[in-house]
Design a protein. Structure first.
Length: 189
């Protein structure tokens, strides 16, 4: 049985996690090229979320990029982070050349790890990732859940191995505060 009183923070956290669940559904059901679903999702909160922020701070120190530290603060201040990634190293066999290779066979033979993500990535898989991200962010926005897509979250997550099959990951922190914590953020470069 539910308690007769729900405090504001408890209700907001529950609603935020429910919205995060629906964001994963939105990413999953977003259209995919040729109907092939290589999108991966995960919700992280609590100590695991804070581990992402810690890794972002370490990357900030290593690379001397203040943006990682600024975004880490946003991750810490968020209720949860929705991760959306893609298995972008799989070709569709279209030989379109969008990846920079002459053929999908050449693409499939040329895998390597970059500084942040593995590549090359099939352009259609990256388009699928973008559509899934847009669907997830739209879902959060429709439910009045503040959110912001963050490349730097994905970089940290990649190093932590939370979505090991993904070649590219973007994080979407979510929050319910009196003012969005994701905008008007100062950055000292």
């Amino acid at each position: 049985m539910c308690p007769p009183i729900v405090q504001s923070r408890d209700g907001e956290m529950d609603a935020t996690l429910q919205a995060a669940d629906l964001m994963m559904v939105a990413a999953r059901t977003a259209p995919k090229t040729a109907g092939v679903d290589d999108v991966l999702t995960l919700i992280v909160y609590g100590p695991e979320k804070d581990a992402i922020a810690e890794r972002m701070e370490k990357i900030s120190d290593e690379r001397k990029i203040e943006g990682f530290r600024r975004d880490a603060k946003n991750v810490r201040d968020s209720a949860a982070v929705v991760l959306v990634g893609v298995r972008g190293g799989k070709s569709l066999g279209l030989d379109c050349g969008g990846c920079g290779h002459d053929s999908c066979r050449e693409f499939d033979a040329g895998k390597k790890s970059g500084k942040d993500f593995a590549g090359p990535n099939c352009i259609f898989k990256l388009l699928d990732l973008g559509i899934a991200l847009g669907s997830a962010a739209k879902t959060a926005g429709t439910m009045n859940i503040d959110n912001r897509m963050m490349y730097r979250v994905g970089v940290a997550v990649q190093t932590l191995g939370l979505l090991p099959e993904a070649t590219v990951i973007i994080g979407i922190p979510v929050s319910t505060m009196g003012k969005s914590i994701y905008f008007d953020r100062p950055l000292k470069v």
